[in-house]
Every structure is written in C-alpha cells, then in structure tokens.
Design a protein around this ligand. Structure first.
Ligand code: URA
Length: 208
C-alpha cells in the first residue's frame, strides 16, 4: 500500500473506532491531516471542542496560533502533517488516560510509519512522554533527540503559550530551529513496511 492509502485506511478506521470510551462522547473523530509525504509531523494531545465539531486537528485558538508559528518559519499548514496522540476528544478537555493513549497508539504508529517524516514535533507534555517518558518539557523543549528511528523535537503546546504569554518567545525560538533540523535530517529508512519501532525504550539518545 502507498503512504496515501495507509493514511486513508487509518482515517476510515478511526472514524468508526469504538476501542476506547472516548468514542461515546465524540461528535467527529479527528484522525489528522496533511500530505502523506510530509517532512515534518506535529503530534498534539487530543482534539478539543472545535476539533470535535469539525473532525479536523488544531482548528481552534491553539490551531490559529500553530498556523502563525508555521508562517513565521515560512511554512504552511498544508506542508505538514498534524495529528494527536488520541483521535477523539476527551470529555471536558481532560487529559487522555494512559489506557486511551495506548489503545489509540496503533493508529498513530501506522501514520508515522506511513509518512516516515524527517522530524516529529511533539506538542505538549503528553505527546512528548510517548518518546521521552521521564523528561521535563521545561528542560528539553526545542532540543532534537534521536529516539529509535525518529528525530523528535519536543515543544510546548501552543495552548500553553496562549495561557502564558511569556512562553511565546520560547516557542517561536524553538520553531525557528526546525528548518535547519529538517535540512540536516535524513529519514531513517525508505522502507515503509518496516515493523513499528514505536513504544520501545529509546535505543540511542543524542541531543543537539
Ligand atoms: N489541542 C491539541 O492537542 N490538539 C488539537 O487538535 C487541538 C488542540
């Protein structure tokens, strides 16, 4: 299957998924969107109110700010793939439960394998924890880390910067490093059929 076909298949499965309790309260599942061959993938936490209404990721205030951050580095939303660690809105915007994240991870794993991005940007503490379970975001934000096959850059969640304006300069500086990281990175492999390396402890860590 091509990456496009895999993403379409995942989106179809997500739209009718009943594997965890989040499906009870969703209006629309939010599989994620963007080009199947994007060089950069953003992983947020979970859909909020507006995302649940529209079935699209990052379309509320945090999404508008994400668009501004992308524009600041000369990129458009249509250049990148944007998704979340859980594809359905946690009621009341609570944090997703570990079991919900785990159940949903098979969709995210397949998306990452299909896209094979040069850089994965995690937005917020919970998506960072997928790769760096013991890290503190205040210590590692903006630093690229090789985790198994992927070059991962943890960043503050855009919503955090909206709530704490002091973080705005920090998140903009972290974004400003992305073009160089993309230029320096080569995808781990062109073999889209390789078995998922997700959910394994980091094999090698190199910060730069
Ligand atoms: N916050 C997220 O983490 N994801 C979205 O899609 C929207 C807001």
């Amino acid at each position: 299957m091509t990456p496009e076909e895999i993403l379409a298949e995942v989106a179809k499965e997500v739209s009718v998924c009943t594997r965890c309790p989040l499906h009870f309260s969703r209006k629309h599942a939010v599989p994620g969107e963007g080009p199947a061959r994007a060089e950069i993938m953003f992983i947020g936490e979970g859909p909020g109110f507006h995302e649940n209404e529209q079935g699209r990721p990052f379309v509320g205030a945090a999404g508008k700010y994400l668009d501004e951050l992308l524009a600041g580095i000369g990129m458009k939303r249509s250049d990148v793939f944007i998704t979340n660690i859980v594809k359905c809105r946690p009621p009341g915007n609570r944090d997703p439960e570990p079991a919900e994240i785990e159940t949903c991870s098979q969709f995210l794993n397949r998306q990452i394998q299909a896209i094979n991005p040069k850089v994965i940007v995690t937005l917020g503490r919970l998506s960072m924890a997928r790769y760096l379970p013991n890290a503190k975001i205040s210590a590692v934000h903006g630093r690229a880390v090789q985790v198994n096959n992927w070059l991962v850059v943890p960043m503050y969640h855009p919503a955090a910067a909206l709530h704490q304006p002091a973080l705005k300069a920090t998140i903009a500086e972290d974004f400003a490093r992305l073009p160089e990281l993309i230029a320096r990175s080569t995808p781990a492999s062109d073999d889209h059929d390789q078995p998922p390396a997700e959910n394994q402890p980091p094999k090698q860590l190199s910060l730069f």
